[in-house]
Design a protein around this ligand. Structure first.
Ligand code: CP
Ligand code: NVA
Length: 317
């Protein structure tokens, strides 16, 4: 038995609260140069089937600073690239380490890996979601505004992206209102919208979306794996850039978030992302603190479950 984090629903509301509390404590500890070694002796394996800068750096820094170590398994250099079944890789990986972070394409691939791996698996981005990034963004909003619940978030552009989908998933769970501004064909599918009834509004006009917004968010217009559609996407989304004029329509205290990497001049104007309302560098830093708390939570909970296993088996007869 073990605990995975494949999407935001893998933790309860209370566990999310505890996780943010712990992330704040870990952030304070780092500021005060207090060393925390709760993951001493533990190993994290990171599997990348797509490119990454922040996810690779922040996960490796997280486990290292907690006293553990990381192994980076780039898929192109592994036997999976030569046809070894994913399930076999998952079984073997689980025997060597204490937690896995995987970045891949389809969600079913991540789910298959998690099913065959005996240790916790963390979603480090799939086509269908980027839950560690959303956790971090919500933590950053809480840091700025005191709470996420009751706030209005406006997501502009390709709201059907993994970022848009995970923000939609989190709206009811975290109690925020989400306004998604996209042209036709770029809103999340109905099954995703159904995850947060009463919390998500779809609009086509970005100005309408940001009017009551505390937070204005965007993401790249061409996500990894969509490169062939890039020209079409650029043209379809051209009027959805987050620029100074759009930010001027949001609440005066509204902040700007972007998970990065950013394309200045496409989804965001340089003056916005590099301007005073941008919280993107705190957002990027917070990946470290939030993921430390997440690794601890999953590893320690899974170790407890494993210790309880003989007693549970005996009780079942
Ligand atoms: N935001 C994010 O996940 O960045 P990377 O793709 O660089 O990991
Ligand atoms: N939607 C983007 C996020 C990158 C962190 C992508 O999947 O490429």
């Amino acid at each position: 038995m073990k605990r995975d984090f494949l999407n935001l629903f893998d933790l309860s509301s209370d566990e999310h609260k505890a996780l943010f509390h712990r992330a704040r404590a870990l952030k304070d500890a780092r500021r005060q140069r207090r060393v925390v070694t709760t993951m001493a002796g533990r190993t994290l394996v990171m599997i990348f089937e797509k490119a990454s800068t922040r996810t690779r750096l922040s996960f490796e820094a997280a486990i290292t600073q907690l006293g553990g170590s990381a192994i980076d398994l780039s898929a192109v250099n592994s036997q999976t690239a030569r046809g070894e079944p994913l399930a076999d890789t998952a079984r073997v990986t689980g025997r060597y380490c204490d937690v896995v972070m995987m970045r891949t394409f389809g969600d079913e691939r991540l789910a298959e890996f998690a099913r065959h791996c005996e240790v916790p698996v963390i979603n480090g981005l799939t086509d269908g979601g980027h839950p560690v990034q959303i956790l971090t963004d919500l933590f950053t909003i809480e840091e700025r505004f005191g709470a996420v619940a009751g706030r209005t978030l406006a997501f502009i552009g390709d709201t059907a992206s993994n970022m848009g989908r995970s923000f939609t998933e989190g709206a009811k769970l975290f109690g925020y209102q989400l306004v998604l501004a996209s042209p036709k064909g770029y809103h999340p599918a109905d099954d995703v919208l159904a995850l947060s009834p009463g919390h998500v509004r779809l609009v086509s006009d970005p100005r309408e979306a940001v009017r009551q917004a505390d937070v204005v968010i965007t993401d790249v217009w061409t996500s990894m794996g969509q490169e062939a559609e890039s020209k079409q996407r650029l043209s379809d989304l051209a009027s959805y850039q987050v620029d100074r004029a759009l930010m001027a329509q949001a609440k005066p205290e509204a902040i700007f978030l972007h998970c990065l990497p950013a394309h200045r001049g496409e989804e965001v104007e340089a003056e916005v992302i590099d301007g005073p309302r941008s919280a993107v560098w705190d957002e990027a830093e917070n990946r470290l603190h939030v993921q430390k708390a997440l690794i601890e939570t999953l590893v320690l909970a899974s170790e407890r479950l494993r210790e309880m296993e003989p007693a549970l088996k005996a009780a079942r007869g």
